[in-house]
Design a protein around this ligand. Structure first.
Ligand code: NAD
Ligand code: UDP
Length: 320
């Protein structure tokens, strides 16, 4: 792919996944030339249905744990399973994807003099001991527990990003993404929003792990994608890390009740045992994002859930 004026050659790893495919929709819509790299571990080419006909979008089946050589101007490194059941299924592969994947993409960025953005996570804060997590918080992670392959993998990736920046002057951006939801989360993804919606639409009990008091803060995917693109377009000296998410914190019981209401479901709520090392609370401090990116999440939880439920309903007739 050859660059044209104003048009960038952009690599999105994990581009067949939930967030990656929405990001590609946005970037392809702006006329950029896109490489989508994915090994389809949790992604699907169906997520790319609307863009694969676009001659500017090229799909490459590739595992980021192997080196990659492409001519690019920008890299969004999103490849990594994000749902606990999927990243814990093969924890060694998860760690390899985070660490070797980051290193391979940083090497590519270095060789191409390309800008690279890492999809890091609120999981770097672990089970936080403070109510709202600013970027200055170093976190509270169990390094040997079942979530460590993901949490420590992502922490190591951040370390690599900042070391490549200091040692090789690679132009980096690090986004700490908080829980994101929207259409295209797989029905069997295992994360809470998709589980509750599928259960509510089927009339099955909504499964709350624990007593429902644990909290998360949910960002609609369109807002998140806007934040990622804003971060990518900041001045070279701006590296982050920067929190991207929504700062309305809800308990899992509130979320279950809201989804039952929005789906007009008659499903009961079923309390099940806690999962190990489950963070009790999570809510981003968005001061930096608002100040430095002039970005703020706009979609309310009610609107975003309604849009997600509509997308899941459209699948109900077939897959759900
Ligand atoms: P997802 O599972 O839908 O997408 C991940 C994609 O990466 C999939 O298409 C998968 O096939 C691909 N992939 C996995 N391992 C790979 C490998 N070794 N080589 C090539 N491709 C590989 O998850 P998502 O929710 O879209 O998350 C995207 C990124 O954002 C991930 O890095 C995740 O850690 C990060 N993130 C997501 C959330 C969230 O709430 N969705 C929160 C924090 C961080
Ligand atoms: N959760 C739940 N029921 C489910 C799936 C998840 O109660 O069917 C809880 C989970 O224990 C956690 C919260 O919802 O407290 C968010 O879980 P998710 O897997 O969506 O994301 P993460 O834990 O990675 O933030």
């Amino acid at each position: 792919m050859e660059p044209q004026s104003g048009r960038k050659r952009i690599l999105v790893t994990g581009g067949a996944g939930f967030i990656g495919s929405h990001l590609i929709d946005r970037l392809a819509g702006e006329g950029h030339a896109i490489w989508c790299v994915d090994n389809l571990y949790t992604g699907s080419k169906q997520n790319l249905a609307s863009v694969l006909q676009n001659p500017n979008v090229t799909y490459v089946q590739h595992d980021v744990t192997d080196a990659l050589h492409l001519e690019v101007d920008e890299i969004y490194n999103l490849a990594c399973p994000a749902s606990p059941i999927h990243y814990q299924y093969d924890p060694i592969q998860t760690m390899k994807t985070s660490v070797f994947g980051a290193m391979n993409m940083l090497e590519l960025a270095k060789s191409q003099n390309a800008r690279i953005l890492q999809a890091s996570t609120s999981e770097v804060y672990g089970d936080p001991q403070i109510a709202r997590q600013p970027e200055t918080y170093w976190g509270h992670v169990n390094p040997i527990g079942p979530r460590a392959c993901y949490d420590e993998g992502k922490r190591s990736a951040e370390t690599l990003f900042f070391d490549y920046h200091r040692q090789h002057r690679v132009d980096i951006k690090v986004a700490r993404i908080f829980n994101t939801y929207g259409p295209r989360i797989r029905t069997n993804d295992g994360r809470v929003v998709s589980n509750f919606i599928v259960q509510a639409l089927r009339g099955d009990p909504l499964t709350i792990y624990g007593d429902g008091s644990y909290t998360r803060s949910f960002c609609f995917v369109d807002d998140l994608v806007g934040g990622l693109v804003s971060l990518m377009n900041t001045e070279p000296e701006f590296t982050g890390p920067i929190n991207l998410g929504n700062d309305r914190e809800v308990s899992m019981l509130e979320l279950a009740e809201l989804i039952i209401k929005l789906t007009q479901s008659r499903s009961p709520i079923e309390f099940q045992k806690n999962v190990p090392d489950d963070p009790k609370r999570r809510c981003p401090d968005l001061t930096r994002a608002r100040r430095d990116l002039n970005w703020t999440p706009r979609v309310t939880l009610e609107d975003g859930l309604a849009r997600t439920i509509a997308a899941f309903r459209a699948l109900t007739a077939t897959a759900v």
